[in-house]
Design a protein around this ligand. Structure first.
Ligand SMILES: NC(=O)C1=CN([C@@H]2O[C@H](COP(=O)(O)OP(=O)(O)OC[C@H]3O[C@@H](n4cnc5c(N)ncnc54)[C@H](OP(=O)(O)O)[C@@H]3O)[C@@H](O)[C@H]2O)C=CC1
Ligand SMILES: CC(C)(CO)C(=O)C(=O)O
Length: 329
């Protein structure tokens, strides 16, 4: 299988290295700068709780040099997605699976839904529709990453915990192509679940990311400290309940309690969320897809989100002051 990783950071390296290590796939990567140089010299490398994993890769800054793929895994941060969408065409054929291995609400989220948000084009994630235009929903397989990783050096990731992936059709059901992709990912060592309603899994993962990620970025705190402070924990729990009410209106109620979810986050230990990693590195933060889209959906279905609004506002000001988020929105 020809698999291209677009964005060889923490998650892209994790997925790419595991696939390449099987020796069964022709793995390539679109990368740039020091990452591109490191990939060409050393291949894809991951270290972490599961031990070292590595495999060969053909890397290029130019998608046209890599050609049409069977699967393209997009693993950039959300602010980079519009650029990827503009450049991705040479990798795509009519049957190419596009798998966005990213946190947050994706551009296609409402296209496959029925109910009050059916077909809604989310302005917070795709303001001018450019992403949807270049990444057709028919090629997309939704994906949720249940893993914690960071880049330890260009071309090499540290996998602190987790190798869980959830994949699913944007329009629901379990298709043959999802079943086939699950087999490929399982063979590469992932614990993969094929979901019949991937939006539900995205919303569940987002419960943690829309709270812990911005709070960690603003405060500079690792996840254990965010969850460890009783007042901050209460804020995150109450914001999670707001988002839970939106999920109920959209047709995917979360059955866990915030406390049960905190217990899972606690297992991460002292982990720097991907948004804290971005803030420390001076990179644009994924505020719109992680928090802005939840507010937009809340407004659409008539659920008030005062606490999510407050988290968004604080993270927006933090981002603007540090040059990590645009001034005018
Ligand atoms: N890290 C984690 O533990 C988890 C992250 N996620 C999600 O996964 C997604 C990816 O995150 P993560 O892997 O942490 O991000 P990283 O910042 O580690 O990696 C992103 C990579 O994308 C590259 N990139 C960005 N734009 C382009 C481009 N136009 N062309 C080529 N390469 C590009 C970056 O290159 P460069 O360095 O040159 O900018 C970088 O190597 C995010 O949505 C995140 O929220 C989900 C679960 C856990
Ligand atoms: C914190 C973690 C690993 C899990 O919620 C995550 O998804 C992120 O860092 O973005």
């Amino acid at each position: 299988m020809k698999v291209c990783i677009y964005g060889a950071g923490a998650i892209g390296l994790l997925i790419g290295a595991r696939l390449a290590a099987t020796g069964k796939h022709d793995v390539s990567a679109v990368a740039r700068g020091m990452t591109l140089a490191a990939l060409n010299e050393h291949g894809l490398r991951v270290d972490g709780f599961a031990g070292p994993i590595s495999g060969p890769v053909r890397a290029s800054a130019d998608p046209a040099a890599l050609g049409v793929q069977d699967v393209v895994v997009i693993a950039v941060k959300a602010p980079g997605l519009a650029d990827v969408a503009r450049r991705i065409a040479p990798l795509l054929g009519p049957h190419t699976l596009v798998v966005p291995a990213m946190n947050g609400v994706p551009w296609w989220f409402c296209q496959g839904l029925s109910g009050p948000a059916a077909g809604l084009a989310l302005k917070s994630v795709d303001p001018d529709g450019g992403i949807a235009a270049h990444l057709p929903i028919d090629n997309v397989i939704g994906c949720v990453v249940h893993a914690a990783a960071s880049v330890s050096e260009p071309g090499k990731a540290w996998n602190q915990m987790g190798r869980g992936l959830v994949i699913g059709e944007p329009r629901g059901g379990v298709s043959e192509r999802v079943a086939a992709l699950k087999t490929v990912l399982d063979e590469a060592g992932f614990e993969t679940i094929a979901s019949e309603m991937i939006q539900r899994d995205i919303w569940y993962k987002l419960w943690g990311n829309m709270t812990t990620n911005p709070i960690s970025a603003i405060t500079g705190a690792t996840t254990d400290r965010v969850i460890g402070d009783e007042l901050v924990r209460q804020l995150t729990s109450d914001a999670m309940l707001e988002s839970g009410r939106i999920g109920e209106r959209l047709g995917f109620a979360i059955t866990q309690t915030p406390a049960e979810r905190h217990a899972i986050t606690r297992k991460l230990g002292a982990f720097k969320t991907s948004m804290l990693q971005d803030a420390e590195a001076g990179r644009a933060i994924e505020l719109d897809s992680l928090v802005g889209a939840v507010r937009e959906l809340g407004q659409h279905v008539g659920v008030a989100t005062p606490l999510i609004d407050a988290i968004f506002g604080l993270a927006r000001v933090f981002g603007q002051v540090h040059g990590l988020y645009p001034e005018a929105r």
